[in-house]
Design a protein around this ligand. Structure first.
Ligand code: CMP
Length: 134
């Protein structure tokens, strides 16, 4: 068990639907501390940098366009096993497959528009937080 930090992005679909408070509440109730929090508007360049690991994927352009389509909320959370526990709380990537009780499972049905992103490793956290919080 490691005390660690992770980054989440509440995506434009969730921001537009005014789900920010409900989503952050889940992480606070679970016991995570909010260490950094801000609204953020991705430029095309920053979006490509953030998702560079996916640049060869067929959905890359759609993903970059979507994340830049509106305001997101970026947040650094801290607590025990933050990276894996937050990933469990958000649920599977395809929201229609995500279990009820997870954030994607409770709030969406999309794939690109899947409510929330969370870092999948410490290396991703360092890279992603440097893009958004630099
Ligand atoms: P996210 O956790 O932000 O990481 C990469 C994103 O790519 C993922 O959530 C989805 O929003 C998006 N994406 C779009 N199409 C796909 C796909 N076919 N498989 C996986 N991810 C996809």
């Amino acid at each position: 068990m490691a005390h660690e930090q992770t980054l989440i992005l509440i995506k434009p679909d969730a921001f537009k639907r005014k789900l920010v408070g409900k989503i952050l509440q889940r992480f606070e109730e679970k016991g995570f501390d909010i260490r950094q929090l801000k609204t953020y508007d991705f430029s095309n360049e920053k979006a490509q940098e953030f998702y560079s690991v996916h640049k060869t994927k067929p959905f890359f352009n759609e993903l970059v366009s979507f994340i830049g389509s509106g305001t997101v909320v970026a947040c650094i959370l801290e607590g025990n096993n933050a990276i894996s526990t937050v990933r469990i709380m958000i649920g599977l990537t395809k929201s229609f497959d995500a279990s009820p009780g997870t954030i994607r499972g409770d709030f969406g049905l999309g794939i690109t528009d899947n409510i929330i992103h969370a870092s999948d490793s410490h290396e991703s956290f360092i890279k992603e937080s440097s893009v958004v919080f630099s």
